[in-house]
Write a protein that binds this ligand. Structure first.
Ligand code: AP5
Ligand code: MG
Length: 218
């Protein structure tokens, strides 16, 4: 089964994806992580997208869909279950993903939205810290690393993401409403969206997601 995980910036997509990978054996693909890896490696692609990601705007559909296709087509052909975190984010990307599923004969797909109010996501993003090496996610108040600045998982350096400043957070939320809300509406309109509350403890939210994955709805 393939899982498309929607939710505004800071809704907990990455946090829940890590639990789903660990407990249910899915593979995780996050377009945000792929783009940050390109930026950190100073590759030509990274140089092209760096300013776009820092500003909170979306990278072009063509670049992102090609990245996704290259990263996962072989895995889909092997029958691997994948969590799509942050993709698709535009109606064009929805079409690109549908083509990829057709091409790899994937038919079992669930789309799930983590619903979290605006004020909660702003507070989550303002306190988020992330490991520069392994990508593990922390929060200054809810989940601080045991040693300040040091990743519990790999010992790497933990810091704030460059796009987690107040101006860019506002822009990312605006872009989400403008470009990704229509994607959610399209899935919902076709009766293909499961809505899950993204509020409460991470374990409670995980339990809701696991339940939605087990049931035969949608
Ligand atoms: P991306 O990296 O995908 O960022 P995002 O969608 O803005 O989402 P985040 O990663 O910020 O939040 P999250 O939902 O993963 O929350 P997390 O689990 O970390 O994209 C970044 C940029 O890349 C985009 O702006 C764009 O430029 C580009 N891009 C990416 N995909 C693209 C695409 N498809 N097309 C074009 N451009 C694209 O949690 C957040 C914080 O909350 C953490 O500190 C966590 O510890 C805490 N937290 C989580 N759950 C809880 C809880 N239950 N209670 C309390 N705290 C919690
Ligand atoms: Mg994320």
């Amino acid at each position: 089964m393939q899982l498309i995980l929607f939710g505004p910036p800071g809704s907990g997509k990455g946090t829940q994806a890590a639990l789903i990978v660990e407990r249910l054996g899915f593979m995780h693909i996050s377009t945000g992580e792929l783009l940050r890896a390109a930026i950190n490696s100073h590759s030509p692609l990274g140089q092209r997208v760096k300013e776009i990601v820092r500003s909170g705007l979306l990278v072009s559909d063509e670049i992102v869909s090609q990245l996704v296709r290259e990263a996962i087509r072989p895995r889909l052909l092997e029958g691997k279950s994948i969590i799509f975190d942050g993709y698709p984010r535009t109606l064009q990307q929805v079409g690109d993903l549908e083509k990829l599923f057709e091409d790899t004969q994937v038919t079992q797909i669930k789309a799930l939205s983590l619903d979290v109010p605006g004020e909660v996501v702003v507070s989550r993003l303002s306190g988020r810290l992330q490991c520069r090496s392994c990508g593990s996610v922390y929060h200054l108040d809810h989940k601080p690393p045991k040693m300040p600045g040091v990743c519990d998982a790999c010992g790497g350096m933990v810091s704030q993401r460059p796009d987690d400043n107040p101006t860019t957070i506002r822009e990312r939320l605006r872009v989400y409403e403008e470009q990704t809300r229509p994607v959610l509406d399209a899935y919902e309109g076709k009766g293909r969206l499961i809505r899950v509350s993204g509020e409460g403890t991470t374990e409670r939210i995980y339990a809701r997601i696991a339940c939605a994955l087990e049931c035969h709805c949608v």
